[in-house]
Design a protein around this ligand. Sequence first.
Ligand code: ADP
Ligand code: MG
Length: 257
Amino acid sequence: MSAAISIHGAVKAFGDTVVVDGVDLSLPSGSVTVVLGPSGSGKSTLLRAINHLEPLDRGVVTVGGETIGVRLRTGRDGIPRYKELPERLILRQRSRIGFVFQHFNLFPHLTALENVAEGPIAAGVPRAVARDRAAALLERVGLGDRGDTRPRQLSGGQQQRVAIARALALEPSVVLLDEPTSALDPELVGEVLGVIRGLADTGTTLVIVTHEIAFAREVADHVVFLDHGRVVEQGSPAQVLDDPQHARTRDFLSRVR
Ligand code: ADP
Ligand code: MG
């Protein structure tokens, strides 16, 4: 299977603290990967690095078979390093990656429809076409009748569904979701997981950071357990969730279940 996205040798430090410590991941097209790990293990930094919101210190990100704009030089240790990327190349690769944040991050002054249409309009899609597509995406997340509503008038679950529609607006190769239900009241979690399940069922390549273990078991093709910035173990949900090989994975699972 071809990889929709892969990262190789990803390293990121803040000051002296190495937060992502040599991560390799390959995400086949249409696959659903769930990333688990304790708070502070580097999950968000890894996702943000894939999307170039956080520049890596080392490593490469390949999207759709193209290591876009990453001009490599290989260090003495053999690991390819980023050189400074031209902003337009970062934007081009980022446009192929949808991102859903824990706290939705919608534009408060724009309506739901405008939030979804805004990326494509900025990318040059004619306004009327972008708005039509945005309306279809809102329909897809069950909010076809809320296009004119501003975020503050929507529930958290509705806002997150708008954010998911927005993440899909540029027809990305992969959608990254960072704890998409953690900020929601419990009764609103189900509607957002339902939308994500729908994406998984229709073959969207997804990477989901979540503590919803039952959901991970149901939708994931691949589960990755991260601790201290390293992949401690990975495999099928049955392997990692039901038969973890490492004490740290077992300990983590016993705490979140
Ligand atoms: P997780 O999402 O798994 O909880 P994060 O990737 O958010 O973990 O954070 C990993 C570590 O990196 C934490 O110790 C956090 O405090 C630190 N960190 C994250 N972002 C920054 C930043 N911008 N500057 C300094 N430290 C950061
Ligand atoms: Mg996080």
